[in-house]
Design a protein around this ligand. Structure first.
Ligand code: PLP
Length: 385
């Protein structure tokens, strides 16, 4: 349909084309090039990390972060079930398995109380390691996820992780621009924090990721492992490494986008606020979490539908489509996904209560007020009929 309003498309109206042309003119198109370093510095500043290494995607960034922090074959990594499949895949790429847990209503992030209780009851210490008793597997790390760009309640999560000696990798894929208790997402206590620059994220590099941390030596190790673990300028390699570097072409787009990061995030928040205002009166609907202790990045906008009160989210998506609007249902939880059906899992009642009722709505940074009004009118028509 010609006038279909898309869910989320990038806004490339800054210096993107000019910087790409610079790459072509200079022939620096690969992972050696000035834009990569410049991009890493811009991201480090934006998330308040001491150091950042740019990588090829959020997924490879998560895998690299876990590997850097010592996650190995057969380990367990605690993961909230309400996340994009990439979080679980990155754990599986280490030969490890997610240990799936529930989220809390107030942020849709890992529930700190369930996390603590599961560790207290189901694990035991053996030397310096913690083991999951039922599966006899080492629990090496926890991966909190900042769902839709909304930080998880990190203070209690980090406190529990430290007590049990777990490494913390934050999946902050869509959370660039968010804060938690006034702190930026790179400074919330995780050992490593991973951002995605995929095409549909608030800031894009076409594809790409960044791994940031407060300990420069840890980020340096991630950089080393992500660049074939080369130990000198020749062909000596000291570990099994990966080719995960971001290219200068990606970083060129990323740099142009980072120049506008504040504006892009502000637009996302404005769109989300405008939906909230316009749809507030529709009976039975709810909005995405907005806890007092965080300012979310509002990567996606949308609503939650009242069960038994509205058509199912999938039906609303179909009806929106006939009106030229691209709305979507949301991530099916990991414990229901074929590759992870046998992963250790705790009860996930909150996860199950919310995921089916989530409806995401068009929220491109470049969305016009007129198009947004069209979405609101269409939605009211569908939900109030
Ligand atoms: C986007 C996203 C990813 C994946 O990032 P890619 O760059 O697409 O690999 C991982 N986790 C979450 C929570 C995401 O939103």
């Amino acid at each position: 349909m010609a006038d279909m309003i898309p869910l989320c498309v990038p806004d490339l109206r800054g210096n993107e084309a000019r910087y790409l042309q610079d790459c072509v003119d200079s022939t620096f198109v690969s992972s050696v090039g000035p834009f990569v370093t410049q991009f890493e510095e811009a991201v480090a500043k934006a998330i308040d990390a001491k150091a950042v290494t740019a990588v090829s995607s959020g997924t490879t960034g998560l895998h690299l972060a876990l590997t850097t922090l010592g996650v190995e074959r057969d380990d367990l990594v605690v993961l909230p079930s309400l996340t994009f499949i990439a979080s679980a895949n990155a754990i599986a790429h280490c030969g490890a398995s997610p240990w799936l847990m529930d989220v809390s209503y107030d942020s849709w992030g890992l529930d700190p109380a369930s996390f603590r209780k599961a560790l207290e009851i189901q694990t035991e210490r053996r030397g310096s390691d913690v083991f999951h008793k039922a599966s006899n597997r080492r629990v090496k790390a926890v991966m909190p996820v900042y769902v839709l760009g909304q930080p998880a309640d990190m203070d209690p999560i980090v406190e529990t992780a430290r007590e049990f000696g777990l490494a913390v990798v934050a999946d902050a894929a869509a959370a660039l621009g968010a804060t938690y208790k006034g702190r930026s997402v790179g400074a919330l206590g995780a050992d490593l924090t991973v951002i995605s620059f995929n095409g549909n994220k608030t800031v894009t590099a076409g594809g790409g990721g960044a791994v940031g941390g407060q300990d420069e030596a840890v980020v340096a190790l991630a950089r080393h492992l992500g660049t074939t673990a080369r130990s000198d300028t020749g062909y000596d390699h000291d570990r099994v490494g990966y080719n995960y570097r971001m290219t200068n072409l990606q970083a060129a787009v990323g740099c142009a986008q980072m120049e506008r990061v504040d504006d892009l995030v502000a637009r996302k928040r404005a769109i989300s606020g405008r939906y909230r205002e316009a749809l507030m009166g529709v009976p039975g609907i709810g909005f995405f979490p907005d806890p007092a202790w965080a300012v979310g990045a509002c990567w996606f906008s949308g609503i939650t539908l009242g069960e038994n009160r509205h058509p199912a989210a999938a039906d609303v998506v179909d009806q929106l489509r006939t009106k030229g609007i691209d709305g979507r249902t949301f991530w099916k939880p990991i414990h229901l996904q074929t590759p992870y059906l046998s992963a250790p899992a705790e009860a996930t009642p909150v996860c199950e209560a919310v995921w089916r009722n989530i409806l995401t709505l068009p929220c491109s940074a470049g969305l016009s007020d007129a198009d947004q009004d069209r979405v609101v009118d269409a939605l009211k028509e569908i939900l109030c009929q």
